[in-house]
Design a protein around this ligand. Structure first.
Ligand code: GLU
Length: 306
């Protein structure tokens, strides 16, 4: 039996000296002002037990972690095959917001987790519901079992004010016929999903269905088929942590998704989900102390997917 409280306590102590070594995202003021010494972590087991340390109850901007939810929604709307005709499934090896690859691959994003891929996911959701942002928020609230989860309007507005590259990417996708809805609507929804505010407990809870073969463990609701859940976990392992997926898989050994707000959500099928928040990032955009914390977690517990 793993003593999760003890494991989390040790991890917290060991990562504290490196919290100041990462660089907090500074492309918008609201992210730049988050103190670099924040650290939170939560473990949610399949039995429903929750273990936490540090600032695990403090909300932060989940940013790209939201792409896990939009991928799930898009997959439920159109199925894997149609989805894969519009978005690939290979690691990109380029920064998340790179435009270069998109041109020589004819407007088909390498994977759903780079920004170009995420914009296509939003487009699919927009084609299937009246209010895409509201649909995404409701989905997240249900998955995390927390009706209070919401967008941070200030972050959404700043994303829009600074989103020149995302706008270029959306227009580029549109020119290749890989966006079916108006560029403005796609971007607005994307900025809102990036601006979702959640804490580590919400985050760990929200991905539990991926640790349970697509079924929400507390409601019994089937969110994805078993095969779809496997596919999303595979994509998380190979594409979920920017162009440092190799390093992350090597050190941590778990499928996971990071965001530039410093959060990471990861999971072990049939066992647990684990989330971490430490705002200082490494040069690839992954939380520096967060990656270390997850590496320590799999090392100390002896658990990973391998
Ligand atoms: N919202 C930012 C963007 O789309 C960052 C997303 C992220 O990678 O966490 O440029």
């Amino acid at each position: 039996m793993v003593d999760y409280n003890q494991v989390l306590k040790e991890i917290h102590e060991e990562v504290t000296p490196v919290l100041s070594q990462g660089r907090v995202a500074d492309y918008i003021p609201k992210l730049a002002s988050v103190p670099a010494d924040k650290f939170g972590m939560a473990v949610h087991t399949l039995d429903g037990d929750i273990y936490t340390t540090g600032d695990a109850r403090e909300n932060f901007s989940i940013q790209s972690i939201s792409k896990v939810y939009t991928l799930t929604l898009a997959m439920t709307y159109i199925g894997e095959e149609k989805l894969l005709a519009r978005v690939g499934r290979e690691p990109s090896g380029t920064p998340f917001n790179s435009l270069v690859q998109l041109e020589y691959e004819n407007g088909i994003p390498r994977n759903p987790f780079i920004n170009a891929g995420a914009l296509v996911l939003v487009d699919i959701i927009l084609s299937h519901c009246r209010d895409a942002a509201d649909t995404i928020r409701s989905f997240v609230r249900e998955r995390a079992d927390n009706p209070n989860i919401d967008f941070d309007p200030e972050v959404a507005a700043s994303e829009k004010d600074t989103g020149f590259r995302n706008a270029a990417m959306a227009n580029f996708l549109k020119s290749y016929g890989n966006l079916h809805n108006p560029v403005e609507a796609v971007l607005d929804t994307y900025y809102h999903q990036c601006a979702l505010r959640m804490n580590c407990i919400d985050l760990a809870k929200s991905v539990m269905f991926l640790a349970n073969h697509g079924v929400s463990p507390w409601s019994g609701k089937q969110i994805l088929t078993r095969s779809q859940a496997k596919r999303i976990n595979s994509l998380l392992l190979t594409c979920g942590t920017y162009d440092a997926v190799g390093d992350f898989a090597y050190r941590v050994g778990l499928p996971g998704k990071s965001g530039v707000g410093g959060g990471i959500a990861a999971l072990i099928p049939e066992k647990l989900s684990v989330s971490v928040w430490a705002p200082g990032l490494n040069p690839n955009g992954n939380s520096l102390a967060g990656t270390l914390a997850l590496e320590l977690f799999t090392t100390k517990t002896g658990m990973s997917i391998f």
